[in-house]
Design a protein around this ligand. Structure first.
Ligand SMILES: [Cu+2]
Length: 132
C-alpha cells in the first residue's frame, strides 16, 4: 500500500503542476517533493492576499492546501487596512495598517485552521482557511 502511494505521488510529480489543483489527500510527500523538484519555482507555492481599498480582504490559493512552505504575497491597497495572518505553527505575519503596496512573507503552514483579518476592522474584515 505505502509503496503504491509513493509511486502514485511520483507519477503526479512527474506529470507536473497541472495536477496541483486537484487537492490530493496524500500529504506524506511534501518534503520529498521539495527535494526532488528541479526546475520551476524555487520557493514553493504563492498565496495571494489582498486588502482594500474598500472593506474587502481576501486570500487566493487556499483550496486543498497541504502543509508546507509558502510565499504569502499581500497586496495592501489601503492606508486604513492591513492584512494579518495567524494560525498553527506560530504563524504571525502582518502588513502595517498605514502601509500600502506589495509585501511578501515566507510562511510554513501546518495542519489546522488559519485566520486572516484586518486588525482595525477584525469583526467584519476576516476570513479563515484550513490546511491539511
Ligand atoms: Cu480594515
Amino acid at each position: 500500500m505505502t509503496r503504491r502511494h509513493l509511486t502514485l505521488a511520483l507519477l503526479l510529480l512527474t506529470f507536473g503542476l497541472a495536477f496541483a489543483g486537484c487537492g490530493g489527500d496524500d500529504d506524506d510527500g511534501d518534503a520529498a517533493a521539495t527535494t526532488a523538484s528541479t526546475g520551476g519555482e524555487a520557493a514553493g507555492t504563492t498565496l495571494n492576499g489582498s486588502v482594500g481599498p474598500g472593506f474587502e480582504i481576501s486570500l487566493d490559493g487556499t483550496d486543498g492546501l497541504q502543509p508546507g512552505d509558502y510565499t504569502l504575497v499581500v497586496n495592501d491597497q489601503s492606508p486604513e487596512h492591513n492584512f494579518h495572518l495567524t494560525g498553527p505553527g506560530g504563524v504571525e505575519v502582518s502588513t502595517d495598517v498605514s502601509a500600502e503596496g506589495e509585501e511578501s512573507f515566507d510562511v510554513t503552514l501546518e495542519t489546522g485552521e488559519y485566520t486572516f483579518v484586518c486588525d482595525p476592522h477584525a469583526s467584519q474584515m476576516r476570513g479563515t482557511f484550513t490546511v491539511g
